[in-house]
Design a protein around this ligand. Structure first.
Ligand SMILES: [Zn+2]
Length: 258
């Protein structure tokens, strides 16, 4: 099975058997990633994780992937050169247009593989909207490595250009990782016993907390750990794609129903 949907002709796409079947859209961001990682980081991780997951898919699974949607909702990283953010309304419109086109082409299921935290809330909302509007079954797979072996402070506040992301980039594209790696930076409130799980529920911007642009400790990152996290992420995503490809709801709304 040819997995890259964009490499098919329109007649081939028309002729594809689409149920079971799922189309996967990698989505990332072009945004500052500290002084050591390229602004391409989230788009690169999204694209590579989807590629790696598809390499692990059995031929029997009906699934295709789209080119990466590189631009995301990144306005939390405003104020650093190189961040290119779509507004929420623009990204919603882009996602809706892609979904509408897939629906018109006859596809039944769409999965977002998202590698940028700032897109998450919007995509969760869009999954429901696209189900209601087009009857598409939509899934959100969030790119997340198991960071449980890292120090507690890193697990809690290492959320951007951190140990995990630096390690993934050392594995995927080491030439683009600038050395020496910068020192750890955590939001200043980290030391003040805030009784919050991630960040205060305020409309924070990265500039508010991190002049250099990273949250976390890049220095312990190694390519070997990056490879292990990448392997785990691609295996998990392959499993999710497999399950999504034939997922059904028990009582589907008939189209045109209310
Ligand atoms: Zn990132």
């Amino acid at each position: 099975m040819k997995r890259a949907l964009a490499q098919h002709t329109w007649k081939e796409i028309e002729a594809l058997s689409k149920d079971p079947g799922v189309v996967v859209l990698p989505i990332g961001a072009i945004e500052q990633h500290g002084p050591h990682l390229p602004v391409w980081t989230d788009a690169k991780i999204a694209q590579e994780t989807v590629r790696g997951a598809f390499e692990k898919l059995p031929q029997s699974v009906a699934a295709w992937h789209l080119p990466v949607q590189s631009y995301g909702k990144s306005n939390e990283h405003t104020g650093y050169a190189g961040t290119i953010a779509l507004s929420a309304s623009t990204l919603m419109a882009v996602v809706r247009d892609i979904a509408a086109a897939l629906h018109k082409s006859g596809f039944k299921r769409l999965m977002f593989f998202n590698a940028h935290g700032g897109n998450k809330a919007l995509l969760e909302m869009m999954c429901r909207d696209l189900r209601a509007e087009f009857g598409l079954l939509c899934f959100l797979a969030q790119g997340q490595a198991d960071n449980s072996k890292l120090p507690a402070l890193e697990q809690r506040f290492g959320i951007h250009a951190n140990t995990v992301e630096t390690a993934l980039m050392l594995h995927l594209t080491p030439d683009l990782v600038k050395k020496p790696l910068p020192k750890a930076h955590y939001p200043e409130f980290a030391a003040q016993n805030f009784n919050l799980t991630v960040l205060p529920q305020v409309g924070w911007l990265t500039r508010d907390w991190s002049p250099e642009g990273h949250f976390g400790d890049p220095q312990p990152a190694t390519a070997e750990d990056g490879r292990d996290w990448f392997e785990a992420m691609t295996s998990r995503l392959a499993q999710l794609i497999t399950e999504a490809s034939s997922f059904e709801v028990a009582h589907p709304l008939s189209r045109g129903g209310s």
